[in-house]
Design a binder for this molecule. Structure first.
Ligand SMILES: [Zn+2]
Ligand SMILES: [Zn+2]
Length: 148
């Protein structure tokens, strides 16, 4: 693993309408791409681009709404988004409630620290969705800590 596998970040980002501000201060726990069908639907793209952070390192100001659904693992996955403009803010699994899955695109130009170390749910990945060459791919989950 390279030294930036778990980068230390100090970031804040606003949703599209500006009423939600999300701040992350701490060490990113994992970085991955998820090609599961739920992430495809939630993002409208071929995969979700996710940084895993500790709940304790994230603060949110503003009005967020949520939608919960069963995940492949049997856990409940809750996705949070701006109640006004719908910008995705983070997702949380009932199996790892102390971790948040942050959508990296939320940080706009301040996402150069991101380097995905794996693709999960490659079994539902589409060929037209181009992934970084050489990124390890897993049919479903690799390990429990990084599972949506
Ligand atoms: Zn908004
Ligand atoms: Zn997924």
């Amino acid at each position: 693993m390279s030294s930036n596998a778990k980068p230390e970040v100090d970031l804040s980002a606003r949703c599209a309408c500006g009423q939600v501000v999300l701040t992350v201060r701490g060490r990113i726990r994992s970085m991955f791409l998820c090609s599961c069908e739920d992430c495809q639907r939630a993002t409208g793209t071929g995969h979700a681009t996710v940084a895993l952070a500790r709940l304790a390192d994230v603060t949110l100001a503003g009005s967020a709404a949520s939608f919960a659904r069963p995940a492949h693992s049997g856990a409940t996955l809750t996705r949070w988004f701006c109640a006004t403009c719908g910008t995705p803010l983070y997702a949380q699994s009932s199996r790892a409630p102390d971790l948040l899955m942050l959508p990296v695109g939320l940080f706009g130009p301040n996402a150069d620290w991101f380097a995905p170390n794996q693709v999960i749910f490659a079994r539902s990945h589409h060929e037209w969705d181009v992934l970084p060459a050489g990124t390890p791919q897993h049919e479903t989950y690799r390990d429990p800590e990084s599972s949506p």
